[in-house]
Design a binder for this molecule. Sequence first.
Ligand SMILES: [Zn+2]
Length: 345
Amino acid sequence: MSKTKFVDFKAIKAAITMEQLLQHYGIMDQFKRTGESLNGPCPIHKGSNPTQFRVSTSKNLWNCFSDCEHGGNALDFICKMEKCSIHAAALKAIEWFNLDHEAMAVSDENAEAAEPKTPAPAAKPAARPAAAPKAAPESNAPNMPLKFRLDILERSHPYLTEQRGLTPETIIDFGIGYCAKGMMANRIAIPIHNAKGEVVAYAGRFVGEPPEGTPKYKLPPGFRKSQELFNIDRAIKEPAEKPLLIVEGFFDAMKIHDHGYRKVVALMGSTLSSTQEELIRQHTTSDSHVIVMLDENEAGKAGREDIACRLSKFCFVRVHQFPRPDMEPEHLTDEEVADIVEGHQ
Ligand SMILES: [Zn+2]
């Protein structure tokens, strides 16, 4: 942390959401969602009125309509909760959400636009010069490789071995495991690699079915999943003549790997971003075969039509349809996977 001399408050504010902060403080379940607002008791003055504290999720701002008498942005919220300076709040946000230090630091040439590490006592955060135009990270900017690893992961957690039925080999191949503390606490941490094999993020899967308001997957703030294809680093090392299997989720890809088919990537959703399309284009030729196998539901059906149409402009595309609604690649057997990739199904 000491290396970070200047912190880009604007980049940090853009990278974290109030919702993530409420989750961080473990109070998200006290909040009710109405449209773009979250209402709950004020955690700052510890009020009990269930609608006094309001968050606008679209503006990423909060207000307390009682004792606190004002509101602010996500960093102001940390300041109030931790009773600390904005700089200390920024450093906490970097630590809590594993934000990229480099991306959140202001380089020397922009240093005058940022506040020094130890602001003069009289300096007010609100009085920053208006000419501090360090833009929030571009939405299609690449994700920076992480400078750390989550080392202490429980590989043999029953959620992985029993509920998901993954073999120990697959769990080790993908480097996944149960994370007891930190940002991915009480979740299964799944490293996401870029095409070069660098870890760019960890996704955190809730163990079991999450309660309402808790997301199944947690991704680090500022991480752009549209820039990555899960397992692309390994899929591109497989023989060119094998078809590339495209699935939606992490566990679909891991189960197919488990079944012995390694040339599989996951979109982390049911749509294909332009960067993902470009990644596939870079690693295919006009002779390459691609199989699109999304979940057999409305989102999957809509997604696969669009994806097939776009990919067929530069390679051979086959769309796999499951015989029954709601079937997913995760539920296939070894034989079924083999049949699909060999074109018998
Ligand atoms: Zn309050």
